[in-house]
Design a protein around this ligand. Sequence first.
Ligand SMILES: C[S@@+](CC[C@H](N)C(=O)[O-])C[C@H]1O[C@@H](n2cnc3c(N)ncnc32)[C@H](O)[C@@H]1O
Length: 256
Amino acid sequence: MIRLSERLQGIADWIEPGSRVADIGTDHGYIPIWLKQTGNSGYIVAGDINEGPLFKMRDHMDRWLEGDEEGIFLRRGSGLNVIETGEVDTAVIAGMGGLLMIDILGEDPEKTASVKRFLLQPRNAQDKLRKWLLDRGFTIADEKLVRESRFVWEILLVETVGAFGSPEDARTKANAYFDGSEIQYEVGQHLIRRRDPLLGDFIRGKQRILQEILDGACRSDSEEAMERTREIAEKMRSLERILNYVNDERGTDPLH
Ligand SMILES: C[S@@+](CC[C@H](N)C(=O)[O-])C[C@H]1O[C@@H](n2cnc3c(N)ncnc32)[C@H](O)[C@@H]1O
């Protein structure tokens, strides 16, 4: 049986058994192979924009599935172009930048909305991705952190019911998730509320990056650099409040 990394297993664990699944940007194809081996899905589309990854996945299928490939479809193409509208109910998009995910999700709203759940694991631009999703009426139903080598990654469970609907509906739904502080685009609401066990490491990683930017910005006294410094300092304070909340069970709510 194939063994997934903690990151890929974290994604796989949130795929409801019996779902029809697409893995967009599948590369090695480990999630589709795991879904097939465990019997958790009998209909899996593995898509990738490049040919090389699909050859690699084919090798992995030969090794792990030994010919039992029924219900797995390898397709070359960009984003959701590899599926038809309504063909799958769950799609995984993992290991790509948040901005590329936005492009993929925004390309064909009708097709995107026909997929009930997305499991998104962005490598960067998580704040822009959350904002884009919330502005368009997607529901960020849950979030968790997983570790892979020395990095901590976010996984977002996103539901599409009501997505691309009226701006008022989107605002109502977004308000249920997003209660005030801008920092929630950067550190998801669910991660904070449940005091995710990896949240301390995750925030300290962000603080280190911000401190490096701050150290660089301090060498310039232009108005622009000073404004940027103020923004970063404010973000550092918000992150510190979350860290205090995570470390102290009696800590005050950092989001108010
Ligand atoms: C870093 S790998 C991630 C592989 C796997 N999803 C994971 O999380 O381990 C990114 C993969 O996405 C593919 N890719 C990049 N842009 C894509 C797009 N627009 N549509 C589909 N696949 C894409 C690349 O060819 C590559 O195989």
